[in-house]
Ligand binder design. Structure first.
Ligand SMILES: *Cc1c(COP(=O)(O)O)cnc(C)c1O
Length: 339
């Protein structure tokens, strides 16, 4: 078992003022209404059977880009003033955040530039190009692409939309928490995929404000769990990135993290870490039992239950955060492979 007991999490004083509030999340919900999908929350008979508790799945896989990140991107863009919107947006993500920024920008008629290195695979470039973003190929690493972002911010006045460490992005992701509590008023626990902590931090703000007794549990992979390492160290630390099935959970939280580190440190009750085999079992279960195509990052909540790494008492929501996985890889995993 790799459960980190809440008592071992270093905590700041009880009355710390958190960088995102319930009011921020409620305002985000009003702002993004009609521009993101109010995703279904469906009961899982199989997981309810396994646990003996009512388990529900929040299907963020059903957002237009196949992941929840549209919520934060739309909220961040709508929070900009008119002049900033006219100048346009920029980011270096080629994953779900990049897609979210491109799609939200297109929907809101704002120009967006996505910087990427020449090593980014063609399918990822095409997925972003299909969303009408301007693509700049630069250098041979993610760091090179990020440097280009900073150059464009300086030279053209573009606005960077950060993937997680931003109040408006976090508030947007937190709207998932409002939707869950509305549908499950007796919510006892929520299981949330955890990387940079925008999703977990935002959902925790909403859930802890509305249901203080509910347990909020973050779930990461053992291979490169950045927020877990930061909370254990008491400050953001550099981690070595490793290949993992939960590729959308890779990367650091930023050594200068200001928003999501304090939120996750103060609001999460536990962080659970999973092996690659456990994550593969989660993807397989989602496909076979729930008829949902879920990527590794999106399957970690299911995986944590199947692995017996969370104990539930009462109604539980699991966030299936995304479904963007290569079809061939998905077929292999559902067929029994672990990578
Ligand atoms: C980005 C992402 C996460 C993690 O979100 P953070 O806000 O970085 O913690 C989880 N699942 C999917 C599918 C993602 O794209």
């Amino acid at each position: 078992m790799t459960i980190m007991k809440s008592e071992t999490l270093p905590r700041s004083a009880e009355n710390t003022i958190l960088p995102v509030t319930l009011a921020d999340v409620e305002q985000a919900a009003a702002r993004i209404m009609g521009r993101v999908v109010h995703t279904p929350l469906v009961r899982s008979n199989s997981l309810s059977g396994v646990t003996g508790q009512p388990v529900h799945l929040k299907l963020e896989t059903h957002q237009p880009i196949g992941a929840f990140k549209l919520r934060g991107a739309v909220n961040a863009i709508l929070s900009l003033d008119e002049a900033a919107r006219r100048r346009g947006l920029v980011t270096a993500s080629t994953g779900n955040h990049g897609r979210a920024v491109a799609r939200a920008a297109r929907d809101l008629c704002v120009p967006a530039t996505i910087c990427m290195s020449s090593l980014v695979p063609t399918n990822k470039i095409e997925a972003i190009r299909a969303l009408d973003a301007e693509i700049r190929i630069i250098g041979t690493s993610q760091d090179d692409a990020q440097e280009e972002v900073e150059r464009l911010v300086q030279s053209r006045g573009l606005t960077p939309i950060p993937p997680f460490d931003d109040v408006d992005v976090v508030a947007g992701q937190g709207t998932i928490g409002l939707e869950i509590v509305e549908k499950l008023p007796d919510l006892a626990s929520v299981l949330i995929p955890l990387s940079g902590g925008g999703l977990a931090g935002g959902v925790a703000v909403a859930v802890k404000a509305l249901k203080p007794q509910a347990r909020v549990i973050g779930i990461s992979m053992q291979r490169g769990a950045a927020m877990y390492a930061a909370i254990a160290a008491g400050r953001p630390v550099a981690i070595r990135e490793k290949e993992t099935l939960a590729d959308s959970l890779g990367g650091g939280i930023g050594l200068k993290n200001r928003v999501t580190f304090p939120l996750c440190r103060d609001l999460l009750d536990d962080i659970v870490l999973l092996t690659e085999e456990e994550i593969a079992a989660g993807i397989r279960h989602a496909a076979r039992e729930e008829r949902e195509i879920v990527e590794g990052a999106g399957a970690v909540g299911i995986a944590a239950i199947l692995a017996g790494k969370v104990r539930l008492s009462g109604p539980t929501a699991i966030i299936l955060s995304g479904g963007n996985i290569e079809p061939a890889r998905h077929r292999n995993i559902v067929g029994g492979a672990i990578a």
